[in-house]
Write a protein that binds this ligand. Sequence first.
Ligand SMILES: [Zn+2]
Length: 263
Amino acid sequence: MTTRYLSQTDKALPIPEPPVFDTSAQQRDHDKHMLAAAVRLFGHLGFDDGISGHLSIRDPSHTDRFWVNPFGVAFSRVQLDDLICVDAEGSIVHGEHPVNPSAYAIHSQVLHQRPDAQAAIHCHSANSRAFGALNVPLEPLDQESAAFHENHAIFDDYAGPTTEPSQGEAMARALATNRAVLLRFHGLITVGASIEEAAYWFISFERCAGQQLAARAAGPIHPMTPEQAASAHTGFGDPRLAWFNFRVLLQQTAAKDATFQAD
Ligand SMILES: [Zn+2]
C-alpha cells in the first residue's frame, strides 16, 4: 500500500488518523456502531433487495467470528442491537435474529481466506448486476475507477443461490488479494481493513459500474493510459482515503437522518 498522495508530499490531504482503541471491547463497540451505520446507509442508497445483502466485521478478539446484519430486517431499519455474531460453524453466539445462510457461506469464507480484511460486504446492487452482464473488468475511465485498476476480479462460476460454504470459498479464491470481486449473474463483494473502507469501496464500485454502463452505451470508450491509471490509483485507491470518504458520506446522511451519528 502506498500513502504517498496522502502523507509524503507537500500537498498531503489533511485526513485524520483512524481511531486506535486500548481494548477489544472498545474496538468492538466502535466496529458495531459503524457496521449498523453502514447497513442503514446502504439502505438509503438502495443497495438492499429484500432478504439479499449482508455487511460483516470480524470480531476483534474471537477472530473466527463475525458480526453481520440479520436475516429479514430491512437495511434502513437495522439498529445496533439487531446485529448478530456468528461463529465458524454458523452458530449465532450473540443476538436474537437468524442469520442468512448465504451470509454465513460467503462471509465466513472470505474473512477466513483474507486475514488482512476486517470487513466484507456483499449485495445484489443494480449497477453491479448490470455491469456483470458485460463480463469485462472496470476500465480506468476516471479517477474513481482507477482505484480498482488491477485490484478487482470477476467470478465466472455461478452455481445457483449461495447456500454452501464451498460456494463462498470459490468466491473468496476469485477475490484473491483484490479489494473487490464482481460476481457474474449475482452482485458484488468488497473487503477492507475496516467496515468504513469496505463500505466505501462498495459504494464507489457500484457508482463506477453505473458510469461505465453509461459511457459504453454512449459510444467507444477511451481509458486512461496504464501510467495515468497507476498515478490515479496512488491517490484514489488509497485505503485511508476510502476510510475517510465513508466518514464524510456518513456526515451527509446524519444531516438528514437523526438515527445516524458520524462519530
Ligand atoms: Zn448474494
